[in-house]
Each structure stands twice: as C-alpha cells, then as structure tokens.
Design a protein around this ligand. Structure first.
Ligand SMILES: Nc1nc2c(c(=O)[nH]1)N[C@H]1C(S)=C(S)[C@@H](COP(=O)(O)O)O[C@H]1N2
Ligand SMILES: [Mo]
Length: 505
C-alpha cells in the first residue's frame, strides 16, 4: 500500500534529507579542504557579523566553549528549517525542495565571502543543498496521476529510507569531524619542530614567583593561557609554505619565509597579553615568554615612509589589527613571535607566527597566524574590531586582580590576600588592599620580571568572623592610581576596582 506521509513524517523527511545533504557537504569539505566546511563558513560569517554585545554574551555564557555553542545553534536552526521544508514539500512541492536547496546556497554564499574562501569553497555547500533537495523530493514523491502509484513508497520503505538518510548523514558528519580532529598534519609538523636557541634568553628574576596556592603563576602555562579569536577552525599553516609580506608605505617591500625568519636574530621576552574584553577581575590576561624577531628591525629593513603611522597586520584567515607604527618601532621590543614558553606557538595561539606588542590590547596588536603587514595610516585603514565600534587605539589599562581568597568562606583570623597587577610597558609601582571601608594598606610586591609583565602581590589581613569586602588597586610606575570609576570593556577596556566578598567563620 502506498504511504501518504503525515505532518510528522514529512518534517522527519525534511530533517533526514538535510542531514544527508549536510553529511555529503562536510564529507566533501574534509576531502577538498577543511576550511570549505558549510557549517564553518556560516559560523564564521555569523561571528564576523555578530554585534559586540552578542560576542561578549557568548564569551560570558560559554567561555572558550563559545564555538561549540555556535555550531550547535547553527545545527539546530538548520534542523528547524529542514523540518519546515519537509512540511512544505508535502503540501506544495517543489517548494520544500527549493527551501532545502537554498540552505546550500546560503552555505555557498558564506563560503565565498571568507578571506581564504576561493572558488572551490562553494562546492561542498552546493552539493549539500542539491543532495538535500533531491532526497527530500524522492522521499515525498507523489504518485503520478497517470500511473498506478508506483512512484510512492510503502510506509516501511519511507521510514527505512528516511532513517537511512539521517543515519548516513550523521555518520558522514562524524567522520568529517574526526578526520578534521585526527589529521592534524600541521600539529605533527609543529611537534617535530625544534626552535633555535635565542641569543638573549629571558631571565626570570628570583622572587618573581610568590608560589601562593590559588594565585596565577607569574608565567602562564600554554595550556592555561586564555584564547580569544574569531577563528572557528584554527588555521593550519605549514611553516614551509608560510610567508610574510611587508608592504604599503615603505621604501622596500619585503617577503619573508619561515627559513628567512629563523635565520634572523631571535630574542626571548616575557610579555603580558590582555584582551580588551576582559572584565575587572577577569582571566582574559596572561603572561608568557615569547621568542621572536624584533619587529622594529624588520620594519627598519622595509623603511616606512614619513607619512606612515599605522601597521595593518592581517592573519591568514582575514582578521586584521591596526597598530601604531610607533609602538612597533620604539624600544618596547614588539616581536614577530614564533615561540611561547619554550615551545613553538601552539596552533590556537598563532602557529607558526604571530605578533606580540607590550602595552597594547590583543585586538590592536597581537595578530595570530600573521601573513601580511601593510604599513599605512590610521586615516586610511580600519581593522577588524575598529570596524565594529572598538577604539582604534588600545593601550592596556592599569589593572589589578585578587586571586586569593576566591569568593566564599575562609577561616577568620589572619588571611592571605594575593593577586596580580599589570600596566604593560609602563610597570607597576605598588598595590594597595582595603578591607571593608578601612584604610588602604600597601601589599608586598613580588620582584617584577619587567615593566612589560604583570606582577604578583600578596599581603595578610585580619578578618573577624562575618562578611567582608576586600578591594585592591594598583599604582602605576607613571604615578597614577587605578581608577575606582567603572567602565565596561567596550570601547577601550574595563576599569574599576576588583572586589571580593568574603565570609570569615
Ligand atoms: N588572527 C587573529 N589574531 C588575533 C585575534 C583574532 O581574532 N584573529 N584576536 C586578538 C585578540 S582580541 C586577542 S585578545 C589576542 C589573544 O591572543 P591569545 O588567544 O593567544 O591569548 O589575539 C589577537 N589576535
Ligand atoms: Mo581581545
């Protein structure tokens, strides 16, 4: 008997067809190039189009799981649209198939707009849409009026075909995802790399690490270092194919290969990196020992023209940052970095090459996977985040944070209060701590590694039983005191005093 699918069956057929289409698309993307994945293309477009508040919300809600959350959201929207396509195809063929097919067009459009897209990037999405449209029309094919209904299916065949499509689609997506995670050829190249030993190794002075339990270590291990970027799929760049072009307002263009870079003098410098999105008390800040070639020397080779005042750095995946030329040519030691804490840069932190500029927030300076430096002017070029309302200049603001004790209960009596303070490129002169509304008392500072790094601090306070409020504020080497005035991260960095509410028992 020919089966007339009801609404639920039709919606299910839509989902099954979309799953098979998506599976075919992801499979093909895995075969052509991971960066042509329809999901990733749509996700990347959404990330770039999202307003700042949505980005902040996603980071607040999901932290570094924000990307998984986004992919899940896209999958859910896709499933909903697919179910609607199924319903539509049942009532008004071929419009359901048209909707299913147009999902592929959306993916293809997203893919071509990517900086690293290329023409081939549309193929997986178009195939996905075509497969979904065909499978949906086949599943919901109506009996031809001139025949005996042979074009239709029995209930058993319909359910079997739908289930098989859905399972095959899911299996292909899973295969593509594990392949993406498993191939990791660039990860293997990275593991095998041995970086040259720098002429000037970084020296961590004794006394820079206080060793207080619960206090952020003075050098942040790579796997604990915060990660912020717009890359849904981490760029995988083989150093053998990496080049950096230095061009624009320069006397001589430069094209640098990985081997060229390794042959240049390398230095090691501890530098604290901070994200402009870091809330007061937040952990989007870390300190690492970076190995690299001074950008100042590289730019001197190129010879910036007198009218230049900005360097627009570009990553392989199209992110841009606009850095004041002066910050790259003065004596602060901005680096074209290849190493982080004695290892090649981790893939998520910019492998093989990134920028590190003491004193500037990451969004205006710390381009990961960097492939292009255009010497230009602030009145001519705009960068990724300045285009989205963030300040064009991004000096890191004076900040301090209490790490110990964390919010909650402590035993009353003498209590250790400890944290970190930073004003990169300027330096920290002191930290003061206040309990309830008492006087500000100076905390003891650890030995500073340099003005470019954060400094640990620690003190002991007397807490009687009951509720207490502990505040800290940093004193800068420039004579200023951390402001109590609160400001949100946008457009140029949060301010205010970090406060912990503690109950002593
Ligand atoms: N290619 C690329 N580089 C980037 C970004 C990005 O989105 N893409 N984000 C910047 C921002 S906002 C910050 S705070 C730092 C973070 O560097 P990390 O992830 O190594 O901590 O990278 C910067 N470099
Ligand atoms: Mo950032």
């Amino acid at each position: 008997m020919r089966f007339e699918p009801g609404r639920i069956a039709a919606a299910g057929a839509g989902v099954a067809a979309a799953a098979l289409g998506a599976g075919a698309g992801e499979l093909l993307a895995a075969a052509i190039a991971p960066r042509t994945s329809p999901f990733a293309a749509i996700g990347s477009v959404l990330i770039d189009a999202a307003p700042a508040w949505a980005k902040d919300l996603a980071i607040a809600l999901f932290g570094t799981g924000d990307k998984v959350a986004l992919l899940t959201l896209i999958a859910l929207v896709l499933l909903a649209v697919a179910a609607v396509a199924g319903l539509l195809q049942r009532r008004r063929p071929p419009w359901g198939a048209v909707v299913a097919g147009s999902l592929g067009v959306v993916g293809a459009l997203a893919a071509v707009t990517r900086a690293d897209g290329g023409v081939l990037a549309v193929v997986p999405s178009l195939v996905a849409g075509t497969v979904a449209a065909i499978v949906l029309s086949l599943l919901l094919a109506r009996a031809r009026t001139d025949g005996d209904g042979a074009a239709g299916m029995t209930r058993r065949a319909f359910l079997g075909a739908s289930l098989a499509s859905a399972l095959a689609g899911a299996a292909m997506i899973a295969w593509a995802a594990t392949r993406e995670a498993g191939a990791r050829s660039v990860a293997a190249i990275r593991s095998a790399l041995r970086l040259p030993t720098p002429a000037a190794g970084a020296i961590l002075p004794p006394g820079s690490e206080l060793g207080v339990t619960g206090l952020a270590p003075v050098v942040t291990p790579n796997d604990a270092f915060y990660r912020i970027d717009t890359a849904l799929i981490v760029p995988e760049i083989d150093p053998a194919t990496w080049t950096l072009r230095v061009h624009g307002l320069v006397q001589r263009e430069i094209e640098l290969t990985w081997d060229d870079l390794l042959a240049l003098p390398l230095v090691e410098r501890p530098v604290t990196l901070a994200c402009v999105s870091n809330e007061v008390g937040g952990d989007l800040v870390g300190n690492a020992v970076w190995l690299g070639h001074p950008l100042r020397e590289l730019l001197a080779q190129a010879g910036p023209l007198p009218e230049a005042d900005m360097v627009l750095s570009r990553s392989q995946d199209g992110f841009t940052a606009g850095t004041p030329l002066e910050a790259l040519t003065d004596d602060r030691g901005a680096l074209l970095a290849i190493g982080m804490n004695g290892e090649p840069l981790p893939l998520t932190h910019g492998f093989p090459v990134r920028m590190v500029v003491p004193g500037l927030y990451g969004y205006v300076s710390a381009t990961k996977w960097v492939v292009d430096l255009e010497v230009t002017r602030f009145d001519r070029a705009r960068a990724y985040w300045t285009d989205r309302g963030w300040s064009a200049r991004g000096p890191i603001k004076l900040q301090s944070r209490i790490d110990v004790p964390r919010a909650g209960a402590v035993a009353s009596g003498e209590v250790t209060v400890a944290g970190v303070a930073w004003h990169p490129h300027i330096g920290i002169a002191g930290v003061e701590v206040q309990v309830d509304d008492g006087p500000w008392e100076a905390a003891a500072l650890a030995v500073a590694i340099s003005a470019d790094t954060w400094v640990q601090w620690s003190t002991r306070v007397e807490l009687g039983a009951g509720e207490h409020i502990i505040r800290c504020r940093a004193l800068s080497a420039d004579g200023s005191t951390q402001t109590s005035k609160t400001a949100p991260p946008a457009p140029d960095g949060a301010t205010g005093w970090h406060t912990r509410r503690i109950t002593a028992a």
